[in-house]
Design a protein around this ligand. Structure first.
Ligand SMILES: Nc1ncnc2c1ncn2[C@@H]1O[C@H](COP(=O)(O)OP(=O)(O)O)[C@@H](O)[C@H]1O
Ligand SMILES: [Mg+2]
Length: 511
Protein backbone atom coordinates (compact mmCIF):
# COMPACT_ATOMS: atom_id res chain seq x y z
CA UNK A 1 0.00 0.00 0.00
CA UNK A 2 1.18 3.42 -0.78
CA UNK A 3 0.34 5.08 2.52
CA UNK A 4 3.16 3.40 3.61
CA UNK A 5 6.23 5.11 2.37
CA UNK A 6 5.55 7.38 5.17
CA UNK A 7 6.68 8.84 8.33
CA UNK A 8 6.98 6.73 11.37
CA UNK A 9 4.62 6.72 14.23
CA UNK A 10 5.97 8.41 17.27
CA UNK A 11 3.63 7.22 19.97
CA UNK A 12 4.41 3.52 19.77
CA UNK A 13 7.86 2.26 20.36
CA UNK A 14 8.58 -1.23 19.09
CA UNK A 15 11.49 -1.45 21.47
CA UNK A 16 9.13 -2.00 24.41
CA UNK A 17 9.33 -5.68 23.57
CA UNK A 18 11.20 -6.61 26.69
CA UNK A 19 8.99 -7.51 29.62
CA UNK A 20 8.51 -4.89 32.27
CA UNK A 21 10.10 -5.57 35.64
CA UNK A 22 6.87 -5.46 37.57
CA UNK A 23 4.08 -7.72 36.45
CA UNK A 24 1.29 -5.42 35.33
CA UNK A 25 -2.15 -5.72 33.84
CA UNK A 26 -2.08 -7.04 30.32
CA UNK A 27 -3.21 -4.61 27.61
CA UNK A 28 -5.18 -7.52 26.24
CA UNK A 29 -7.68 -7.25 29.09
CA UNK A 30 -9.07 -3.84 29.94
CA UNK A 31 -8.63 -3.03 33.61
CA UNK A 32 -12.04 -1.34 33.58
CA UNK A 33 -14.48 -4.03 32.37
CA UNK A 34 -17.03 -1.40 31.32
CA UNK A 35 -14.57 -0.18 28.70
CA UNK A 36 -13.64 -3.61 27.38
CA UNK A 37 -14.18 -4.51 23.74
CA UNK A 38 -15.45 -8.09 23.76
CA UNK A 39 -13.45 -9.41 20.86
CA UNK A 40 -12.43 -12.85 22.11
CA UNK A 41 -12.49 -14.73 25.41
CA UNK A 42 -8.88 -13.80 26.08
CA UNK A 43 -8.74 -10.52 24.20
CA UNK A 44 -10.86 -7.72 25.58
CA UNK A 45 -8.79 -4.56 25.26
CA UNK A 46 -9.80 -1.10 26.38
CA UNK A 47 -11.77 0.82 23.77
CA UNK A 48 -9.40 3.76 24.18
CA UNK A 49 -6.41 1.58 23.40
CA UNK A 50 -7.89 0.76 20.03
CA UNK A 51 -8.88 4.29 19.14
CA UNK A 52 -5.56 5.71 20.31
CA UNK A 53 -3.44 3.19 18.47
CA UNK A 54 -5.27 2.17 15.29
CA UNK A 55 -5.08 -1.30 13.83
CA UNK A 56 -3.86 -3.13 10.79
CA UNK A 57 -4.98 -6.68 10.04
CA UNK A 58 -3.51 -9.07 7.52
CA UNK A 59 -4.70 -12.42 6.24
CA UNK A 60 -5.48 -14.32 3.07
CA UNK A 61 -9.01 -14.38 1.68
CA UNK A 62 -11.21 -16.29 4.07
CA UNK A 63 -8.94 -15.79 7.08
CA UNK A 64 -11.57 -13.65 8.82
CA UNK A 65 -10.64 -10.02 8.16
CA UNK A 66 -14.12 -8.85 7.24
CA UNK A 67 -15.56 -10.69 10.22
CA UNK A 68 -13.06 -8.86 12.44
CA UNK A 69 -14.02 -5.54 10.87
CA UNK A 70 -17.70 -6.15 11.58
CA UNK A 71 -16.95 -7.36 15.11
CA UNK A 72 -14.93 -4.22 15.84
CA UNK A 73 -17.64 -2.01 14.39
CA UNK A 74 -20.24 -3.73 16.58
CA UNK A 75 -18.12 -3.42 19.69
CA UNK A 76 -17.17 0.22 19.07
CA UNK A 77 -20.88 0.81 18.41
CA UNK A 78 -21.52 0.00 22.08
CA UNK A 79 -19.68 3.20 22.92
CA UNK A 80 -21.68 5.24 20.39
CA UNK A 81 -18.51 6.27 18.56
CA UNK A 82 -18.86 7.75 15.11
CA UNK A 83 -17.53 5.32 12.54
CA UNK A 84 -17.12 5.04 8.81
CA UNK A 85 -17.11 1.63 7.23
CA UNK A 86 -15.73 1.74 3.73
CA UNK A 87 -17.54 -1.27 2.37
CA UNK A 88 -15.93 -2.72 -0.72
CA UNK A 89 -17.82 -5.99 -0.95
CA UNK A 90 -21.29 -4.94 0.29
CA UNK A 91 -20.96 -7.33 3.19
CA UNK A 92 -21.54 -4.85 5.98
CA UNK A 93 -25.00 -3.50 5.27
CA UNK A 94 -26.65 -5.56 8.00
CA UNK A 95 -24.50 -3.69 10.54
CA UNK A 96 -26.72 -0.64 10.09
CA UNK A 97 -29.44 -2.35 12.09
CA UNK A 98 -27.22 -3.14 15.05
CA UNK A 99 -25.64 0.27 15.30
CA UNK A 100 -27.13 3.03 17.40
CA UNK A 101 -26.94 5.66 14.64
CA UNK A 102 -26.34 3.40 11.67
CA UNK A 103 -26.73 4.90 8.21
CA UNK A 104 -26.39 3.16 4.87
CA UNK A 105 -24.74 5.67 2.57
CA UNK A 106 -24.32 5.59 -1.17
CA UNK A 107 -22.98 7.88 -3.89
CA UNK A 108 -26.38 9.55 -4.06
CA UNK A 109 -27.00 9.78 -0.30
CA UNK A 110 -23.98 10.49 1.78
CA UNK A 111 -23.80 12.44 5.04
CA UNK A 112 -21.10 15.08 5.45
CA UNK A 113 -17.96 14.61 7.51
CA UNK A 114 -19.30 17.31 9.82
CA UNK A 115 -22.52 15.41 10.52
CA UNK A 116 -20.69 12.13 11.02
CA UNK A 117 -18.60 13.71 13.76
CA UNK A 118 -21.22 15.92 15.35
CA UNK A 119 -24.15 13.52 15.24
CA UNK A 120 -22.15 10.41 16.06
CA UNK A 121 -23.19 8.54 12.92
CA UNK A 122 -22.00 5.09 11.99
CA UNK A 123 -21.90 5.25 8.22
CA UNK A 124 -21.65 2.19 6.03
CA UNK A 125 -20.47 3.62 2.76
CA UNK A 126 -21.24 1.40 -0.22
CA UNK A 127 -18.24 1.97 -2.47
CA UNK A 128 -19.97 -0.04 -5.20
CA UNK A 129 -22.64 2.60 -5.57
CA UNK A 130 -20.39 4.95 -7.53
CA UNK A 131 -20.25 4.61 -11.29
CA UNK A 132 -16.58 3.72 -11.08
CA UNK A 133 -13.86 3.03 -8.54
CA UNK A 134 -12.21 6.21 -9.73
CA UNK A 135 -15.25 8.25 -8.64
CA UNK A 136 -15.54 6.31 -5.37
CA UNK A 137 -11.86 6.97 -4.65
CA UNK A 138 -12.26 10.71 -5.16
CA UNK A 139 -15.37 10.82 -2.98
CA UNK A 140 -13.43 9.00 -0.29
CA UNK A 141 -10.70 11.65 -0.40
CA UNK A 142 -13.34 14.36 -0.11
CA UNK A 143 -14.93 12.70 2.90
CA UNK A 144 -11.59 12.28 4.70
CA UNK A 145 -10.80 15.90 4.02
CA UNK A 146 -14.15 16.93 5.51
CA UNK A 147 -13.42 14.87 8.61
CA UNK A 148 -10.13 16.68 9.11
CA UNK A 149 -11.85 20.03 8.66
CA UNK A 150 -14.62 19.10 11.09
CA UNK A 151 -12.33 17.75 13.81
CA UNK A 152 -9.82 20.56 13.39
CA UNK A 153 -12.52 23.02 14.34
CA UNK A 154 -13.19 21.25 17.64
CA UNK A 155 -11.15 22.06 20.75
CA UNK A 156 -8.89 19.08 21.55
CA UNK A 157 -10.63 18.32 24.85
CA UNK A 158 -14.03 18.15 23.12
CA UNK A 159 -12.99 15.78 20.36
CA UNK A 160 -14.46 12.30 20.21
CA UNK A 161 -12.74 9.40 18.49
CA UNK A 162 -13.99 8.38 15.07
CA UNK A 163 -12.98 4.99 13.65
CA UNK A 164 -12.44 4.69 9.91
CA UNK A 165 -12.44 1.11 8.68
CA UNK A 166 -11.07 0.30 5.24
CA UNK A 167 -11.62 -3.27 4.12
CA UNK A 168 -9.53 -4.54 1.20
CA UNK A 169 -7.12 -1.67 1.87
CA UNK A 170 -4.68 -3.04 -0.70
CA UNK A 171 -7.30 -2.50 -3.41
CA UNK A 172 -7.79 1.19 -2.62
CA UNK A 173 -4.17 1.91 -1.77
CA UNK A 174 -2.20 -0.03 -4.37
CA UNK A 175 1.54 0.43 -4.49
CA UNK A 176 1.66 0.08 -8.25
CA UNK A 177 -0.41 1.39 -11.18
CA UNK A 178 -3.82 -0.27 -11.54
CA UNK A 179 -6.39 -0.12 -14.32
CA UNK A 180 -9.29 1.05 -12.13
CA UNK A 181 -7.68 4.18 -10.67
CA UNK A 182 -5.97 7.03 -12.48
CA UNK A 183 -2.48 7.98 -11.37
CA UNK A 184 -3.82 11.19 -9.80
CA UNK A 185 -6.57 9.47 -7.82
CA UNK A 186 -4.22 6.76 -6.64
CA UNK A 187 -1.94 9.48 -5.34
CA UNK A 188 -4.81 11.43 -3.74
CA UNK A 189 -5.95 8.29 -1.93
CA UNK A 190 -2.42 7.48 -0.81
CA UNK A 191 -1.96 11.05 0.46
CA UNK A 192 -5.32 11.08 2.25
CA UNK A 193 -4.67 7.80 4.05
CA UNK A 194 -1.10 8.75 4.81
CA UNK A 195 -2.34 11.92 6.46
CA UNK A 196 -4.92 9.89 8.36
CA UNK A 197 -2.36 7.34 9.55
CA UNK A 198 0.26 9.89 10.54
CA UNK A 199 -1.83 12.83 11.82
CA UNK A 200 -5.38 11.57 12.23
CA UNK A 201 -5.23 10.13 15.71
CA UNK A 202 -4.25 13.45 17.21
CA UNK A 203 -7.60 14.72 15.97
CA UNK A 204 -9.43 11.60 17.01
CA UNK A 205 -9.51 10.02 13.55
CA UNK A 206 -8.35 6.43 13.80
CA UNK A 207 -7.66 4.26 10.77
CA UNK A 208 -8.33 0.53 10.93
CA UNK A 209 -7.02 -1.20 7.83
CA UNK A 210 -7.65 -4.76 6.69
CA UNK A 211 -5.65 -6.22 3.84
CA UNK A 212 -4.42 -9.52 2.46
CA UNK A 213 -0.71 -9.50 1.92
CA UNK A 214 1.72 -8.14 4.50
CA UNK A 215 4.58 -8.25 2.01
CA UNK A 216 2.84 -5.59 -0.10
CA UNK A 217 2.75 -3.13 2.78
CA UNK A 218 5.69 -0.92 3.63
CA UNK A 219 7.17 -1.40 7.09
CA UNK A 220 6.66 2.25 8.00
CA UNK A 221 2.90 1.81 7.53
CA UNK A 222 2.84 -1.25 9.72
CA UNK A 223 4.64 0.70 12.42
CA UNK A 224 1.99 3.42 12.25
CA UNK A 225 -0.65 0.98 13.46
CA UNK A 226 -0.25 0.29 17.16
CA UNK A 227 -2.19 -2.97 17.01
CA UNK A 228 -1.24 -5.61 14.48
CA UNK A 229 -3.42 -8.59 13.75
CA UNK A 230 -1.74 -11.44 11.90
CA UNK A 231 -4.25 -13.93 10.53
CA UNK A 232 -3.75 -16.93 8.25
CA UNK A 233 -1.20 -16.58 5.46
CA UNK A 234 -0.18 -19.17 2.93
CA UNK A 235 2.71 -17.73 0.94
CA UNK A 236 6.19 -18.04 2.34
CA UNK A 237 6.97 -14.42 1.53
CA UNK A 238 4.12 -13.27 3.80
CA UNK A 239 4.93 -15.77 6.54
CA UNK A 240 8.53 -14.62 6.53
CA UNK A 241 7.39 -11.01 6.95
CA UNK A 242 5.15 -12.10 9.84
CA UNK A 243 8.15 -13.65 11.55
CA UNK A 244 9.86 -10.28 11.63
CA UNK A 245 7.13 -9.15 14.01
CA UNK A 246 6.62 -12.29 16.07
CA UNK A 247 9.07 -12.76 18.88
CA UNK A 248 10.57 -16.22 19.03
CA UNK A 249 9.03 -17.32 15.72
CA UNK A 250 10.27 -20.61 14.31
CA UNK A 251 9.50 -22.78 11.31
CA UNK A 252 6.77 -24.33 13.44
CA UNK A 253 5.16 -20.92 13.95
CA UNK A 254 4.91 -20.51 10.18
CA UNK A 255 3.32 -23.93 9.81
CA UNK A 256 0.85 -23.18 12.58
CA UNK A 257 -0.17 -19.86 11.01
CA UNK A 258 -0.67 -21.56 7.63
CA UNK A 259 -3.20 -23.83 9.32
CA UNK A 260 -5.01 -21.14 11.33
CA UNK A 261 -8.78 -21.44 11.10
CA UNK A 262 -10.84 -18.38 10.17
CA UNK A 263 -10.80 -15.79 12.92
CA UNK A 264 -7.59 -16.96 14.56
CA UNK A 265 -4.70 -14.54 14.81
CA UNK A 266 -1.58 -13.46 16.58
CA UNK A 267 -2.21 -9.98 17.90
CA UNK A 268 0.72 -7.72 18.66
CA UNK A 269 -0.02 -4.85 21.02
CA UNK A 270 1.80 -1.53 21.43
CA UNK A 271 3.75 -2.84 24.45
CA UNK A 272 5.14 -5.60 22.25
CA UNK A 273 3.11 -8.33 23.93
CA UNK A 274 1.84 -11.09 21.66
CA UNK A 275 -1.47 -12.85 22.06
CA UNK A 276 -2.94 -15.84 20.31
CA UNK A 277 -6.59 -14.97 19.76
CA UNK A 278 -9.64 -16.67 18.30
CA UNK A 279 -11.97 -13.77 17.54
CA UNK A 280 -15.69 -14.05 18.13
CA UNK A 281 -17.97 -14.17 15.14
CA UNK A 282 -19.75 -10.97 14.19
CA UNK A 283 -23.29 -10.66 15.46
CA UNK A 284 -24.66 -8.79 12.51
CA UNK A 285 -24.26 -11.75 10.15
CA UNK A 286 -27.55 -13.17 11.36
CA UNK A 287 -29.19 -9.89 12.01
CA UNK A 288 -32.29 -10.32 9.91
CA UNK A 289 -33.60 -13.41 11.65
CA UNK A 290 -32.48 -13.52 15.27
CA UNK A 291 -34.54 -12.28 18.19
CA UNK A 292 -31.62 -10.04 19.23
CA UNK A 293 -32.06 -8.04 16.03
CA UNK A 294 -35.67 -7.42 16.95
CA UNK A 295 -34.56 -6.13 20.32
CA UNK A 296 -31.97 -3.90 18.68
CA UNK A 297 -34.53 -2.44 16.32
CA UNK A 298 -36.95 -1.67 19.10
CA UNK A 299 -34.21 -0.11 21.19
CA UNK A 300 -32.68 2.03 18.49
CA UNK A 301 -36.02 3.10 17.08
CA UNK A 302 -36.55 4.84 20.41
CA UNK A 303 -33.28 6.76 20.25
CA UNK A 304 -33.50 10.47 19.91
CA UNK A 305 -31.46 11.09 16.80
CA UNK A 306 -33.44 10.52 13.64
CA UNK A 307 -30.83 9.52 11.11
CA UNK A 308 -33.24 10.19 8.28
CA UNK A 309 -33.13 13.90 9.06
CA UNK A 310 -29.40 13.92 8.44
CA UNK A 311 -28.79 15.87 5.26
CA UNK A 312 -27.55 13.68 2.45
CA UNK A 313 -25.46 14.95 -0.44
CA UNK A 314 -25.03 13.59 -3.89
CA UNK A 315 -21.35 12.63 -4.05
CA UNK A 316 -21.62 10.98 -7.48
CA UNK A 317 -19.33 13.68 -8.81
CA UNK A 318 -17.15 14.78 -5.92
CA UNK A 319 -15.81 18.30 -5.66
CA UNK A 320 -12.26 18.70 -6.97
CA UNK A 321 -9.78 17.85 -4.24
CA UNK A 322 -8.39 21.39 -3.97
CA UNK A 323 -11.84 22.81 -3.09
CA UNK A 324 -12.58 20.29 -0.42
CA UNK A 325 -11.14 22.25 2.46
CA UNK A 326 -13.99 24.70 2.12
CA UNK A 327 -16.64 22.00 2.01
CA UNK A 328 -16.37 21.47 5.76
CA UNK A 329 -18.70 22.25 8.60
CA UNK A 330 -22.22 21.40 7.75
CA UNK A 331 -22.11 22.73 4.22
CA UNK A 332 -23.89 19.66 3.00
CA UNK A 333 -27.13 20.99 4.35
CA UNK A 334 -26.81 23.99 2.11
CA UNK A 335 -26.39 22.10 -1.13
CA UNK A 336 -29.13 23.18 -3.51
CA UNK A 337 -31.97 20.78 -3.90
CA UNK A 338 -30.53 18.09 -1.65
CA UNK A 339 -29.89 18.13 2.07
CA UNK A 340 -32.76 19.92 3.69
CA UNK A 341 -35.55 18.18 1.86
CA UNK A 342 -37.24 15.19 3.37
CA UNK A 343 -36.79 12.12 1.20
CA UNK A 344 -39.46 11.98 -1.49
CA UNK A 345 -41.68 8.92 -1.93
CA UNK A 346 -39.69 7.93 -4.97
CA UNK A 347 -36.42 8.16 -3.11
CA UNK A 348 -37.75 6.03 -0.31
CA UNK A 349 -39.09 3.42 -2.71
CA UNK A 350 -35.78 3.30 -4.50
CA UNK A 351 -34.04 3.01 -1.21
CA UNK A 352 -36.22 0.11 -0.11
CA UNK A 353 -35.49 -1.60 -3.43
CA UNK A 354 -31.76 -1.06 -2.97
CA UNK A 355 -31.97 -2.56 0.50
CA UNK A 356 -33.91 -5.57 -0.74
CA UNK A 357 -31.41 -6.10 -3.54
CA UNK A 358 -28.74 -6.46 -0.90
CA UNK A 359 -30.83 -8.49 1.53
CA UNK A 360 -34.21 -9.82 0.38
CA UNK A 361 -34.85 -11.23 3.86
CA UNK A 362 -35.44 -7.74 5.30
CA UNK A 363 -38.90 -7.38 6.80
CA UNK A 364 -41.17 -4.35 6.67
CA UNK A 365 -40.08 -3.31 10.16
CA UNK A 366 -36.41 -3.50 9.17
CA UNK A 367 -37.04 -1.50 6.01
CA UNK A 368 -38.90 1.19 7.94
CA UNK A 369 -35.88 1.70 10.14
CA UNK A 370 -33.29 1.48 7.38
CA UNK A 371 -35.07 3.57 4.76
CA UNK A 372 -36.52 5.91 7.38
CA UNK A 373 -40.10 5.67 6.18
CA UNK A 374 -43.54 4.68 7.44
CA UNK A 375 -44.97 1.19 7.52
CA UNK A 376 -47.29 1.68 4.54
CA UNK A 377 -44.56 3.01 2.29
CA UNK A 378 -42.13 0.26 3.31
CA UNK A 379 -44.76 -2.40 2.85
CA UNK A 380 -45.87 -1.10 -0.58
CA UNK A 381 -42.33 -0.71 -1.82
CA UNK A 382 -41.52 -4.22 -0.61
CA UNK A 383 -44.56 -5.75 -2.34
CA UNK A 384 -43.71 -3.91 -5.56
CA UNK A 385 -40.16 -5.21 -5.37
CA UNK A 386 -41.18 -8.85 -5.00
CA UNK A 387 -43.83 -8.51 -7.71
CA UNK A 388 -41.01 -7.54 -10.00
CA UNK A 389 -38.59 -10.17 -8.59
CA UNK A 390 -40.80 -13.07 -7.44
CA UNK A 391 -37.87 -15.48 -7.53
CA UNK A 392 -36.19 -13.50 -4.73
CA UNK A 393 -39.17 -13.50 -2.35
CA UNK A 394 -38.13 -15.11 0.95
CA UNK A 395 -39.76 -18.37 1.87
CA UNK A 396 -41.39 -17.90 5.25
CA UNK A 397 -40.90 -20.76 7.63
CA UNK A 398 -43.02 -21.42 10.66
CA UNK A 399 -41.38 -21.72 14.07
CA UNK A 400 -41.90 -25.50 13.93
CA UNK A 401 -40.19 -25.71 10.55
CA UNK A 402 -37.26 -23.73 11.89
CA UNK A 403 -37.09 -26.04 14.92
CA UNK A 404 -36.99 -29.07 12.61
CA UNK A 405 -34.24 -27.45 10.54
CA UNK A 406 -32.16 -26.84 13.65
CA UNK A 407 -32.61 -30.42 14.87
CA UNK A 408 -31.72 -31.77 11.44
CA UNK A 409 -28.48 -29.83 11.70
CA UNK A 410 -27.79 -30.68 15.34
CA UNK A 411 -29.87 -33.42 17.01
CA UNK A 412 -28.19 -32.84 20.39
CA UNK A 413 -30.00 -29.52 20.87
CA UNK A 414 -32.24 -29.49 23.94
CA UNK A 415 -35.61 -27.79 24.19
CA UNK A 416 -34.00 -24.90 26.07
CA UNK A 417 -31.41 -24.38 23.31
CA UNK A 418 -34.10 -24.52 20.65
CA UNK A 419 -36.24 -22.03 22.49
CA UNK A 420 -33.36 -19.57 22.58
CA UNK A 421 -32.41 -20.07 18.94
CA UNK A 422 -35.89 -19.69 17.51
CA UNK A 423 -37.27 -17.32 20.10
CA UNK A 424 -40.39 -19.41 20.67
CA UNK A 425 -41.80 -20.65 23.97
CA UNK A 426 -40.29 -23.72 25.57
CA UNK A 427 -43.44 -25.83 25.36
CA UNK A 428 -43.51 -25.44 21.58
CA UNK A 429 -39.78 -26.25 21.37
CA UNK A 430 -40.34 -29.36 23.51
CA UNK A 431 -43.31 -30.54 21.45
CA UNK A 432 -41.53 -29.96 18.15
CA UNK A 433 -38.54 -31.90 19.46
CA UNK A 434 -40.67 -34.89 20.47
CA UNK A 435 -42.47 -34.80 17.10
CA UNK A 436 -39.18 -34.54 15.22
CA UNK A 437 -37.65 -37.61 16.89
CA UNK A 438 -40.91 -39.55 16.53
CA UNK A 439 -40.52 -39.05 12.78
CA UNK A 440 -36.72 -39.58 12.81
CA UNK A 441 -36.02 -42.06 15.64
CA UNK A 442 -32.69 -43.02 14.08
CA UNK A 443 -31.41 -39.46 14.71
CA UNK A 444 -32.21 -39.30 18.42
CA UNK A 445 -29.07 -38.90 20.50
CA UNK A 446 -28.67 -40.75 23.83
CA UNK A 447 -29.41 -38.48 26.79
CA UNK A 448 -25.88 -38.64 28.17
CA UNK A 449 -24.57 -37.10 24.97
CA UNK A 450 -27.13 -34.33 25.08
CA UNK A 451 -26.30 -33.36 28.60
CA UNK A 452 -23.81 -30.52 28.68
CA UNK A 453 -21.20 -29.83 31.31
CA UNK A 454 -22.03 -27.10 33.73
CA UNK A 455 -21.87 -23.84 31.70
CA UNK A 456 -19.47 -21.82 33.87
CA UNK A 457 -17.00 -24.69 34.07
CA UNK A 458 -17.32 -25.15 30.33
CA UNK A 459 -16.52 -21.49 29.79
CA UNK A 460 -13.39 -21.89 31.90
CA UNK A 461 -12.40 -25.05 29.95
CA UNK A 462 -12.85 -23.20 26.64
CA UNK A 463 -10.76 -20.29 27.86
CA UNK A 464 -7.97 -22.59 29.02
CA UNK A 465 -8.06 -24.58 25.79
CA UNK A 466 -7.36 -21.33 24.01
CA UNK A 467 -4.86 -20.01 26.48
CA UNK A 468 -3.56 -22.37 29.18
CA UNK A 469 -1.53 -19.60 30.82
CA UNK A 470 -4.64 -17.87 32.21
CA UNK A 471 -4.63 -17.57 35.98
CA UNK A 472 -7.69 -18.05 38.21
CA UNK A 473 -7.97 -14.27 38.53
CA UNK A 474 -8.12 -13.86 34.73
CA UNK A 475 -10.56 -16.74 34.40
CA UNK A 476 -12.75 -15.30 37.09
CA UNK A 477 -13.12 -12.06 35.13
CA UNK A 478 -13.50 -13.68 31.74
CA UNK A 479 -15.93 -16.40 32.75
CA UNK A 480 -17.74 -14.05 35.13
CA UNK A 481 -17.66 -16.47 38.02
CA UNK A 482 -16.22 -16.56 41.52
CA UNK A 483 -12.54 -17.15 42.09
CA UNK A 484 -13.25 -20.48 43.79
CA UNK A 485 -15.25 -21.74 40.81
CA UNK A 486 -12.56 -20.54 38.39
CA UNK A 487 -9.86 -22.17 40.45
CA UNK A 488 -11.72 -25.49 40.78
CA UNK A 489 -12.53 -25.65 37.09
CA UNK A 490 -8.90 -24.87 36.29
CA UNK A 491 -7.69 -27.74 38.45
CA UNK A 492 -10.20 -30.09 36.83
CA UNK A 493 -9.10 -28.93 33.38
CA UNK A 494 -5.40 -29.55 33.99
CA UNK A 495 -6.13 -32.88 35.64
CA UNK A 496 -7.38 -34.10 32.28
CA UNK A 497 -4.90 -32.04 30.17
CA UNK A 498 -1.67 -32.15 32.21
CA UNK A 499 0.44 -31.70 29.06
CA UNK A 500 -1.02 -28.21 28.60
CA UNK A 501 -0.15 -26.90 32.03
CA UNK A 502 2.32 -24.07 31.68
CA UNK A 503 5.07 -23.63 34.27
CA UNK A 504 4.38 -20.77 36.66
CA UNK A 505 5.77 -17.46 35.43
CA UNK A 506 5.39 -18.18 31.75
CA UNK A 507 3.36 -15.34 30.32
CA UNK A 508 0.27 -15.61 28.22
CA UNK A 509 2.02 -13.96 25.32
CA UNK A 510 3.58 -17.15 24.10
CA UNK A 511 2.49 -18.09 20.61
N1 LIG B 1 -13.89 -15.49 14.19
C1 LIG B 1 -14.51 -16.35 13.38
N2 LIG B 1 -15.07 -17.47 13.87
C2 LIG B 1 -15.69 -18.34 13.05
N3 LIG B 1 -15.80 -18.19 11.71
C3 LIG B 1 -15.25 -17.11 11.16
C4 LIG B 1 -14.57 -16.14 11.96
N4 LIG B 1 -14.10 -15.18 11.14
C5 LIG B 1 -14.50 -15.52 9.90
N5 LIG B 1 -15.18 -16.67 9.90
C6 LIG B 1 -15.78 -17.32 8.73
O1 LIG B 1 -14.80 -17.45 7.71
C7 LIG B 1 -15.30 -17.04 6.46
C8 LIG B 1 -14.44 -15.96 5.84
O2 LIG B 1 -14.43 -14.85 6.69
P1 LIG B 1 -14.19 -13.37 6.17
O3 LIG B 1 -14.22 -12.50 7.36
O4 LIG B 1 -15.11 -13.03 5.05
O5 LIG B 1 -12.72 -13.48 5.59
P2 LIG B 1 -11.86 -12.45 4.71
O6 LIG B 1 -12.49 -11.11 4.82
O7 LIG B 1 -10.50 -12.50 5.31
O8 LIG B 1 -11.88 -12.98 3.32
C9 LIG B 1 -16.74 -16.58 6.70
O9 LIG B 1 -17.60 -17.61 6.27
C10 LIG B 1 -16.85 -16.40 8.17
O10 LIG B 1 -18.13 -16.75 8.66
MG1 LIG C 1 -13.14 -9.82 3.32
Amino acid sequence: MAILQMTEKQTTSPQTLSRPEQPRASLALASDPSKALRLAPTFQPDVDLLTAEGLIAFGVKGSGKSNLLALLVEQLGRFLLPQIILDTERENQSLAMLLPHGVLATAQRCPSGYDIIHKGLQVILDLHSWQSDEAAGLALCQLLDELFTATNAIAPRDRVPCAIHLDEAGYWLPQEAVSYLSKETRKSLADAFHKLASRGRKQGLTPLLYTQSISEVAKSAIRQAGIKVLMRQTLDVDLTRYCQYIQGATARTKKAIQAYPSGKAIVILPDGSQHKVQFHERQSEHVSHTPQAQAALVKFAALEIDVTTVPMRDLTTPAPVEQQGRAGAGTSAQQPGKGKQAPTAKTVTERVHDLLTVNPALRVVDLMKLAGCGKTTASRARSAYFERHPQLAPIHKTATERLYDLLAENPTLRAVDLRKLVGCDQALAGRARVAYFAAHPEREVPVERVKRPEPVAQRVYDLLAENPTLRPVDLMKLAECSRTTASRARITYFASHPEQQVPVGQAERNV
